[in-house]
Every structure is written in C-alpha cells, then in structure tokens.
Design a protein around this ligand. Structure first.
Ligand SMILES: NC(=O)c1ccc[n+]([C@@H]2O[C@H](COP(=O)([O-])OP(=O)(O)OC[C@H]3O[C@@H](n4cnc5c(N)ncnc54)[C@H](OP(=O)(O)O)[C@@H]3O)[C@@H](O)[C@H]2O)c1
Length: 343
C-alpha cells in the first residue's frame, strides 16, 4: 500500500486508512458488531497489508475502539502508525459539559483518549462535529494548546459539509491569532453520496486541505450485496437498521450500482474494490477510510490499492449519480500557490 502526503502537512499516511467505528459498537438489536478479538484480527490484517493509518473516535464503542487499539499497539512501534481520533459527541450523558467543543470537555477528553490509546500524542485530532454553543476562538485556541504541548500533531474537522464557511471561519480565527489551523477534513463521500462536490470540495482544493472521506462504500451498499426488496437476507448489521434501507435502497442508487458493476466487470474487480479505487483516482482525495466487519471484507477492500481505473471509467462512475452542484459553473478549484501559506 502506498503512502501519500496528509494534505499540506509534513506527514505521510497510508493511502487507505482503516476505520474502527464499529469496534465494540452495539446495534439497535443489542448485538456487538466487532468484539475485541475480531478487532485485533482486523488490525493484524490491516498491518499485514502495509496499512499504518488508523481512524478512531472517543465515542466509538464508548471508548472500546481506542482501548482495543491501544492494547494492540502496545506490542508494536507506535511511531510506525498514524493515529487519528475525534471529540464532540456526548460521552457522559446527563453532564452539561460532557459534550461539544467547550474547553472543559476538550481538555478532559484529550487526556482520556491518550490514556486509552496508551500513547503520548495523536497524529491527528478532528472535531467530530461543529459546536454552535462554543465560541470559535475558544475551541480553536484550546486545540492549538494541544498542538503546542505536543499532545496532537495536526487538527482536522469532520462532517461539516455543506458549510464550508465553518472551516474557513475557524481557520481565519487561527490565522488571526497564530493558532494551529485545520489542515484535514473528514466528510462523507462515496459514489452515491456526493454532497461535498461543489463549494465544499472547492474550499478543500483552494486551501489545500487533506480530504479523508468516510463511508466510501455507502455503509456497504456499494458492495452490491443488497437486493432492492430484501435486506434481511444479507449478512449485515444493516439488516437491523431501517435507516439504512431508507437512505440507500433507492432506484437512483441501484442505477448507479449498475454502472459500478459494469466497470467492475471491465477491470476484473469487485464493486467494493472499484468504489474504493474511484477515491484513489480522485485528485482531491487523500485516502478513503476503509471499514470492514470481517477480515475477508477488509482484505477484499484493501486489494483496491491494486485496481487501476482509466479516466473514462472514473468519469462514468462520477456521472452515474451526479452531486447536487453538477453542471453549475463555479470558481476555479485551485488557489494561487503560496497565498494561504500562513494556514
Ligand atoms: N467522521 C464521522 O462522522 C464518521 C462517520 C462514519 C464513519 N467514519 C469513519 O469511516 C470509517 C468507515 O465508515 P463505514 O464503516 O461507514 O464505511 P463503509 O466502507 O461505507 O461501510 C463499511 C461496512 O460495509 C460492509 N462491508 C465493507 N466491506 C465489505 C465487503 N467487501 N463485502 C461486503 N460488505 C462489506 C460492512 O458492514 P456489514 O458487513 O455489516 O454490512 C462494513 O462494516 C468508520 O469506521 C469510521 O472510522 C467517520
């Protein structure tokens, strides 16, 4: 697996990060999606494939994701890995300061995260969401303190689309006061969820931000394993999740899936591999966060690193379900070199 630059930072990362959202996560029906043993097998498989970029969050599995990664890392050279985590969601229900981006919550969470992961520092800390209740300067300054003290190397923001202005605003505050800016974003992006195309992705290009998309397979839809009418027959946690069927099992999405299947046939790969390879072919994407519930799924997905697409195949896939801004004339994506060097 190749290494690529993490946006404009000085850190190189694996082109396929591994996502651990489902470690220790309980489904609505009360089943644990990935237990500790499976989590360690998945991390072993990821490492064996050459992967070194791990994505977690303080709320994944109520802290189990970070703890299990920490236990696994204890037998390894931490310096080989790039570890990203996130803060925002309530982790202590009922406590008014147990959520968001207020200084009290951020400072408590960063200590807990580092403790669970068994490390002195995070390579990348994202705000998991924006917090309207906390002044921007308060959280930007607090996050800057984490970088200043060496507990965090870089800052990122997750899931703020379509509000590109939020990243721009936070970074304008950082610029004004000499604080560390956000250099990486983590939005949802896949062949059937294309909302970031247009102003949000242009903002990323303009400011040279790393783009690390989540749900590159539309939570499994783009593997092609779902029938239009019968989700319950599929081996998947989605079978227990009405929201998944409502969101993904539409005629429009199945039409896009037909195009994906056709390209997969042409290149002799699976639909999942082609959906991931599409990101690897994308000029503005650093690397999509690969998720998997089993080792077999993960191995299939990581083999996408060996799948090549032509520009024509990339374009056909992109045209299969265009984003909301498709066809709207917009400003040039690339900024003037060096103009935003202070970011
Ligand atoms: N920042 C955020 O707010 C945010 C939000 C979501 C995710 N993320 C990050 O992004 C990562 C990936 O997200 P995601 O899990 O939604 O990614 P995804 O790749 O869209 O979906 C992964 C799921 O699809 C199914 N799957 C994957 N590969 C498969 C294969 N080859 N064959 C059949 N089924 C397969 C598995 O679920 P089943 O087997 O159960 O069907 C797997 O858990 C997360 O772990 C997390 O790190 C971040």
């Amino acid at each position: 697996m190749d290494y690529v630059p993490l946006g404009r930072t000085g850190t190189m990362v694996s082109e396929l990060p591994f996502g651990t959202w489902r470690f220790g996560r309980e489904t609505d029906a009360g089943n644990v999606e990935i237990d500790c043993q499976r989590a360690h097998e998945l991390l072993d498989a990821y490492e064996a494939a050459g992967g070194r970029f791990i994505d977690t969050a303080d709320m994944y599995g109520s802290g189990k994701s970070e703890r299990w990664i920490g236990e696994w890392l204890a037998d390894r050279d931490r310096e080989e890995f790039v570890i990203a985590s996130k803060i925002y969601w309530p982790v202590r229900t009922g406590e008014p300061n147990g959520r968001g981006l207020g200084r009290k919550h951020l400072r408590r969470q960063i200590d807990l995260i580092l403790d669970r992961l068994g490390t002195d520092y995070l390579d990348l800390l994202y705000i998991h969401r924006w917090d309207d209740a906390t002044p921007v300067r308060e959280f930007v300054r607090t996050l800057d303190g984490f970088v200043e003290s060496g507990r965090v190397n870089y800052l990122g923001s997750s899931t703020l689309w379509p509000n590109a202005w939020k990243v721009v605003r936070a970074n304008a505050v950082a610029d004004e006061y000499g604080y560390e800016p956000f250099t990486v974003v983590q939005p949802r992006y896949n062949l059937v969820d294309r909302e970031i195309e247009g102003p949000y992705l242009e903002m990323c290009a303009e400011y040279d931000l790393g783009v690390v998309p989540w749900s590159p397979l539309g939570e499994g839809f783009l593997t092609g394993k779902y029938d239009r009418d019968d989700v319950s027959s599929v081996d998947s946690r989605a079978a227990e999740d009405d929201r998944f069927a409502e969101k993904y099992l539409s005629d429009e999405n199945f039409a896009a899936l037909d195009v994906l299947r056709a390209v997969a046939n042409e290149v002799g790969a699976s639909p999942a591999q082609v959906a991931i390879a599409w990101h690897l072919h994308h000029d503005l994407v650093t690397g999509p966060i690969v998720g998997a519930r089993t080792v077999a799924q993960l191995e299939e997905n990581l083999a996408a690193a060996d799948v090549s697409l032509t520009d024509d195949q990339f374009d056909r896939l992109a045209a299969a379900k265009p984003g909301p801004f498709a066809g709207i004339e917009s400003a040039p994506a690339r900024g003037i070199d060096g103009r935003y060097d202070t970011w």
